[in-house]
Design a protein around this ligand. Structure first.
Ligand code: GLU
Length: 275
């Protein structure tokens, strides 16, 4: 172990011990229940099963992981909306400390932010109308597709199908009306997100997930570039979440109701080293 790494590990250990002394023992669900100093956490507000805001209530897999990690850090989560195009900026400007928002780890993003994790692996897929004959990315040439700017979903699909007519919004939920009423042919993003929309009462029998993924999306916890001590602390919490069964419970609670089948060959994923 080199000196720099030893310092980071020592700092992380001190940090954890110091915070444990003033930590809390409640459930940490929702916001403001973790005890300790507030920590600003960016999540999605419009992705059922992942990050959903309903009044002062926050639910979803990302929210459960965020609450667990915040509690391990001895901090009280304060949830802030982190739409895809704004995530790097929110971290760089210090408006959020951590992001748990279906945020894929990529080399391009690593130029601006650092990532703990990954804590989940998803794949890019398509959401179409129930009667659609689109069966995969190959059938998208010339079709009207919807996605979100600043996402890997929009970038991947443009690379795969240069002839697609891509419409980009700030959030995925803005694509849904156009898809249902026929102005759009498909919505593309991670299968996790699409399953959450398809399972909503108002879309039952109207929309379906194609089920033919064409990318690997490794969800990381975004944080300030180079904050290795924080990254190590988050990774330690993620490791504990898997080993004590809380990660599996969060998967079952949040993906179960949508009937989303988690790929157990890739999940739970092995953590990357913090750098
Ligand atoms: N996981 C992909 C990304 O980070 C798509 C989902 C999203 O935009 O949050 O870009």
């Amino acid at each position: 172990m080199n000196a720099r790494r030893m310092t980071a590990v020592a700092a992380a250990a001190l940090f954890t011990v110091g915070l444990a002394a003033c930590g809390s023992d409640d459930s940490g669900s929702g916001s403001g229940s973790g005890g300790g100093d507030p920590i600003k956490i960016g999540i999605k507000f419009d992705q059922p099963g992942l990050g959903l805001q309903d009044g002062g209530n926050y639910t979803g897999f990302d929210v459960d992981v965020a609450n667990y990690v915040a509690k391990e850090l001895g901090r009280t989560p304060e949830f802030i909306q982190a739409p895809s195009p704004q995530r790097e900026t929110l971290i760089e400007t210090g408006q959020v400390d951590l992001i748990f928002a279906t945020y894929s780890i990529t080399d391009e993003r690593k130029q601006k932010v650092s990532f703990a994790g990954p804590y989940f692996i998803a794949g890019q897929d398509l959401l179409v109308r129930e009667d659609s004959d689109i069966t995969g990315v190959d059938g998208l040439d010339g079709k009207r597709l919807c996605s979100v700017s600043g996402s890997t979903s929009a970038a991947n699909v443009q690379k795969e199908v240069p002839g697609v007519q891509l419409r980009e919004f700030d959030t995925y939920s803005e694509c849904l009306d156009g898809l249902v009423n026929g102005q759009l042919d498909a919505l593309t993003t991670d299968n996790t997100i699409l399953a959450g929309y398809a399972a909503q009462e108002q879309y039952k029998g109207k929309l379906k997930v194609v089920g033919n993924t064409f990318s690997e999306e490794r969800y990381g916890v975004g944080l300030k570039k180079g904050d290795t001590a924080l990254c190590e602390s988050v990774n330690k919490a993620l490791e504990k979440m898997v080993s004590d069964g809380a990660w599996q419970k969060a998967v079952d609670d949040n993906f179960g109701p949508a009937g989303f089948k988690v790929d157990t060959e890739t999940n739970p994923p092995k953590l990357d080293a913090c750098s």
